[in-house]
Write a protein that binds this ligand. Structure first.
Ligand SMILES: Cc1cc2nc3c(=O)[nH]c(=O)nc-3n(C[C@H](O)[C@H](O)[C@H](O)COP(=O)(O)OP(=O)(O)OC[C@H]3O[C@@H](n4cnc5c(N)ncnc54)[C@H](O)[C@@H]3O)c2cc1C
Length: 323
């Protein structure tokens, strides 16, 4: 650890020894968190990376064709490369655990995981990304993984020859429908608005005889006890309801930031994203955020990786100068 950090005079939480305290805990091992890990390690920060999974949303992508230096790389291959790079450095990792709560008020911050263990650090980087938005219907939880899916790239092959529906009208939904027409028997698109996804997708889908489009319709009920058997949809214009007999429903209605653990602690915008400045400062001393969980626009792998680098450098700057 750099001498300048060892000499830093920071208020210790009672009973904690210096060796129990990390310089930095990074929460999330998507592109942002992994990139932050590499930059922190190169600054010789004693770093702990805690994440539910490795790769984040990249694991849901079909193909990544816009990350500099990698043309048409499969997402698993890109994550493997990222992970191999992180593995080169001596970063401690806890994977397949999620952070359940945080305490950020003191100089020494604490992070508690779902198994009840608590870890301490002088700085934190929140790189928790986003998750799919749910419909909010009562049967949704019960039928999740039993016909109701949130990732067409991952689960579309399970519905070969089946009748399926896609909820949503944006690019994610239309992209899912494009995947599904290759393998499903029929695809119903149900959107509460007119379709907003790229016209090129719209044209292709409208010209497919497998596709039926219901715009200005909402899904009001999921039917099925143990597996999905159908949907009830309602026209927003006429109130008329209709049943669709489908075995699969892909919910593609946007993403929500994983910012619940900092709700009430950090400044969030109207979308629930953590508000950061150009150096990933959250406004709370020693707490930084990066990637898709923040208000930084353009949610892309390369942007998240760049923001992760900035967050680690900002954490280092804070450790050596207190700013
Ligand atoms: C289907 C799909 C296709 C895409 N295609 C492309 C593309 O072609 N090109 C492109 O550039 N971008 C693409 N993206 C966007 C890109 O994947 C994201 O912008 C990028 O992954 C964001 O990185 P991140 O690290 O900020 O967040 P994420 O990738 O969301 O990673 C967040 C990490 O935090 C972890 N986490 C969350 N909460 C907790 C918690 N409480 N405790 C512990 N860990 C937690 C998660 O498990 C995850 O590992 C795509 C996204 C999707 C969904």
């Amino acid at each position: 650890m750099p001498e300048v950090i060892r000499r830093s005079e920071r208020k210790m939480t009672a009973g904690l020894k210096e060796q129990d305290i990390y310089d930095l805990i990074i929460i999330g091992a998507g592109p942002a968190g992994m990139s932050a890990g590499i930059y922190a390690a190169r600054k010789l920060l004693k770093t702990l990376l805690i994440s539910k999974n490795v790769g984040g949303q990249v694991t849901d992508a079909w193909e990544i064709d816009n990350y500099l230096g990698f043309s048409q790389v499969d997402p698993a291959g890109l994550i493997k490369k990222f992970n191999e790079h992180v593995e080169k450095f001596s970063i401690e990792k806890i994977i397949a655990r999620h952070v359940a709560s945080l305490q950020i008020n003191d100089d020494i911050k604490s992070v508690t995981t779902d198994d009840g263990k608590t870890y301490y650090a002088k700085t934190l980087i929140i790189a928790t990304g986003k998750r799919p938005r749910k419909l909010g219907l009562p049967e949704e939880k019960k039928l999740g993984g039993k016909g109701v899916a949130y990732c067409a790239t991952c689960d579309a092959p399970l519905f070969a020859g089946a009748d399926v529906a896609v909820a949503g009208g944006g690019n994610s939904a239309l992209g899912a429908a494009m995947d599904l027409i290759k393998i499903a028997n029929s695809v119903h698109i149900v959107s509460i608005t007119p379709l907003t996804g790229d016209p090129i997708y719209q044209d292709k889908l409208r010209s497919s005889d497998k596709v039926t489009i219901y715009t200005e319709h909402e899904i009001v009920k999921l039917v099925g006890d143990t597996v999905l058997e159908g949907l009830e949809i309602r026209s927003l214009k006429t109130g008329e309801t209709k049943r669709l007999d489908v075995e699969g429903l892909f919910v593609e209605i946007g993403l929500l930031p994983n910012s619940d653990i900092v709700k009430g602690m950090l400044n969030l915008n109207q979308y629930g994203e953590i508000v950061v400045d150009y150096k990933c400062h959250t406004g709370f001393p020693g707490v930084f955020a990066c990637g898709d969980v923040t208000n930084v626009p353009f949610k892309q792998v390369i942007v998240a990786a760049g923001e992760g680098a900035k967050a680690a450098l900002a954490a280092y700057e804070y450790l050596i100068s207190g700013n």
